[in-house]
Write a protein that binds this ligand. Structure first.
Ligand code: KIV
Length: 267
């Protein structure tokens, strides 16, 4: 059996134009182990945990400490997959110093690189983090941390001027040293143009098939939520139903004195 080697940011860059990059979010030890055993290239400890793990309405209440805890739990799975730590809301907007220190905290917790949302307005931040020796993944198109300014969670780049701005954002981030860029909820055409135009890999979520890779949120992919997934997600299982049914079977067994059975205790 061939040993899989830890996947670096450099390795992900080299995959552009050759192999599709497979990325999934994970937030804890078992989910990271399962994703790594499944052979994904990258695990994103995304701030989407605010919604899918903590049941919040948006990602505005995620302190860096919380991201550190989840990055630590994922890193304990010792994945071969490249671990990306998401920079949460207000961890990089306030100053370059804050951005570098907070990126450093995620790396100290076990991330192999960090991701931040935003375009050309953050090139100074990206440059400073890269200068500190931390690879940065960009995130453009729909940037959920900025939904108030964007006017909600909406399709991005439908107007030619907005599509043009997204393309310029991608070019500016790549120029600033981002090693890869997530493109969320733009038209497939916008994502295709960006993918052709920039030298680093693009990772799509809800932006069609032409990117260099894809990312999905763990709970959306597995159907592990009482909430509906976004329209662009594909549900590969219905884990929520399986979990609920297993727990109700357990409850029935306890109420009917069927659990514990003789094999579960000693006299
Ligand atoms: O937080 C997250 O999970 C993300 C993905 C949706 C790309 O940023």
């Amino acid at each position: 059996m061939s040993e899989r080697k830890k996947i670096s940011a450099r390795k992900l860059v080299k995959m552009k134009g050759k192999d599709k990059i497979v990325m999934v979010t994970a937030y804890d030890y078992p989910s990271a182990r399962a994703a790594d055993e499944a052979g994904v290239d990258s695990i994103l400890v995304g701030d989407s945990l605010a919604m899918v793990v903590y049941g919040m309405e948006n990602t505005h209440n995620v302190p860096v400490e919380l991201m550190e805890y989840h990055v630590r739990a994922v890193a304990r799975a010792d994945p071969v997959a490249h671990v990306v730590g998401d920079m949460p809301f207000m961890s990089y907007e306030t100053s370059i110093r804050d951005a570098v220190l907070n990126a450093g905290r995620l790396v100290s917790a076990g991330a192999d690189s960090v991701k931040l949302e935003g375009g050309s307005e953050y090139t100074d931040v990206v440059k400073a983090i890269v200068r500190a020796g931390i690879p940065v993944m960009g995130h453009i198109g729909l940037t959920p941390q900025k939904y108030l300014a964007l006017g909600g969670y909406r399709k991005m780049g439908r107007k030619p001027s907005e599509a043009d701005d997204i393309l310029k954002d991608a070019e500016a981030l790549a120029e600033a040293g981002a090693y890869s860029i997530v493109i969320e909820y733009t038209s497939a055409e916008v994502a295709r143009k960006i993918t052709e135009r920039i030298p680093v890999p693009t990772i799509c979520i809800g932006s069609g098939p032409y990117c260099d890779g894809q990312v999905l949120v763990f709970h959306d992919l597995l159907g592990f939520s009482p909430r509906d997934p976004p329209p662009f997600a594909k549900k590969y299982a219905n884990i929520y139903g399986i979990v609920r049914d297993a727990i109700s079977q357990y409850a029935r067994d306890v109420r009917e004195s069927k659990f514990p059975g003789p094999e579960h205790y000693f006299d």
